[in-house]
Design a protein. Structure first.
Length: 321
C-alpha cells in the first residue's frame, strides 16, 4: 500500500502546491496525484494552474511518485499527452503514472467543439490510450483516423519504460469496460458496499491481476464541526452523480447546484473527522478491498494542518511499501 497526497490545482496556487508536496514527502506520503483542470469546480476555489508545467518542478523538488488525472481527445490531442508523459519519464524514470478519463465539459468546453455523448467519449478515450501506447513503443511514423486524426507522428524522445495507465471509473459499467484495456482502475471513495461493487465489476471482467487505485475525499480539522464546515465550503458542488456533473460547463453553474447541498449531505461522500482512528480504519478497509495506491484529498483549505496530523497520528499506523 502507498498513501498519496492529492495536489488540487482547483483550490491552491501552483507555488503553494509545490511547498505542500515537499511537506507531504517529509511527512511520509509516498505518492502525489495531480488534478488537470482548466476551470475550478467553484468560484470559491478560484484556481486552475496548468498541472503539466507544475509536474516537472514538483518531481524535481521531491522523490515521490506522481500521477495526473487527464482526459485526452478534446482539450488535448493524445499525441501531445504521449509526448508530455515520455518527457517526464525520461527525466524521472519510473516515477510517473497516468490516469485517463473521459472528462468533464467544465474543462473541455474551451475548445468550442461539440461535447460528445458518454458512449463516444469512452470510445475516444480508449483510442487515445491505444495511440499513446503505440507512440511510446513504435519506432516508425504513426497515422490514425478514428475519433481523432494523427498524421505522421513519431516520438523521438521515448519514455524509459511504458507508464502505467489507470482508467478512471465512477460506475460499475465503466469499471467492467475499462478492465479490458487499462493497466488498472482508479476511482473515488464511496460507501464500502458501492466500492465493493466497483471492484467486483473490474476484477470480474479482465482486471483480476491489475492494479487498483483510490482517491479518498476527507476533511480533517481540530474539531469535527470545523471539518464538516470546511468540506461543505469547498466541496459541496462535487457530490452529485457523474452523469450530471460531466455535462455542466461552468463554475457558476456548479455553484448554483451546490446551493442545494446540505451539510449533512457531505457525510456520504467525504470522510469527516478530527480523530485519527476515523481515517485509519477507513484506509485499512480500502486496502483490504485491494486498493494498493490510496490518494488522500483533504478537501478543505487547511492543508498544512492536515499533513502535520497525518504525519503524527495516521501514517505511522499504516503499513506502506
Amino acid at each position: 500500500m502507498k498513501i498519496g497526497f492529492h495536489a488540487s490545482h482547483e483550490q491552491f496556487t501552483p507555488g503553494h502546491l509545490l511547498k505542500l508536496v515537499q511537506q507531504a514527502e517529509d511527512a511520509g506520503f509516498k505518492a502525489v496525484l495531480s488534478s488537470d483542470h482548466f476551470h475550478p469546480w467553484s468560484d470559491k476555489q478560484g484556481q486552475s494552474g496548468f498541472a503539466w508545467s507544475w509536474l516537472g518542478a514538483a518531481m524535481q523538488a521531491t522523490n515521490l511518485e506522481y500521477g495526473i488525472v487527464n482526459a485526452p481527445g478534446q482539450r488535448y490531442h493524445p499525441a501531445i499527452i504521449a509526448q508530455a508523459v515520455a518527457t517526464l519519464d525520461q527525466m524521472f524514470p519510473g516515477r510517473f503514472f497516468l490516469c485517463s478519463g473521459s472528462g468533464q465539459l467544465l474543462n473541455e468546453n474551451i475548445t468550442g467543439e461539440k461535447w460528445p455523448p458518454k458512449r463516444d467519449r469512452n470510445k475516444r478515450l480508449q483510442e487515445s490510450v491505444e495511440v499513446m501506447r503505440r507512440l511510446w513503443q513504435e519506432d516508425g511514423y504513426l497515422n490514425h483516423k478514428g475519433m481523432f486524426t494523427v498524421e505522421r507522428a513519431k516520438l523521438f524522445t521515448k519514455p524509459t519504460q511504458i507508464p502505467t495507465v489507470y482508467g478512471a471509473a465512477i460506475t460499475e459499467k465503466t469499471a467492467a469496460w475499462l478492465s479490458s484495456w487499462a493497466d488498472g482502475m482508479i476511482t473515488i471513495s464511496k460507501p464500502v458496499e458501492e466500492l465493493e461493487k466497483m471492484v467486483k465489476a473490474f476484477r470480474g471482467a479482465d482486471g483480476s491481476e491489475k492494479s487498483l487505485a483510490l482517491k479518498v475525499q476527507v476533511s480533517y480539522a481540530s474539531t469535527r464541526e470545523k471539518a464538516l464546515d470546511g468540506a461543505w465550503e469547498q466541496w459541496r458542488n462535487n457530490i452529485y452523480p457523474s452523469k450530471l456533473i460531466a455535462d455542466i460547463d461552468s463554475p457558476e453553474k456548479f455553484d448554483a447546484m451546490g446551493q442545494n447541498t446540505r451539510k449533512e449531505d457531505m457525510e456520504k461522500h467525504v470522510i469527516i473527522g478530527s480523530d485519527a482512528d476515523v481515517f485509519i480504519e477507513k484506509i485499512k478497509k480500502f486496502n483490504e478491498m485491494g486498493f494498493e495506491k490510496i490518494i488522500i484529498h483533504n478537501v478543505n483549505e487547511q492543508q498544512e494542518d492536515y499533513i502535520n496530523f497525518f504525519e503524527k497520528e495516521v501514517l505511522p499506523n499504516l503499513q506502506q511499501q
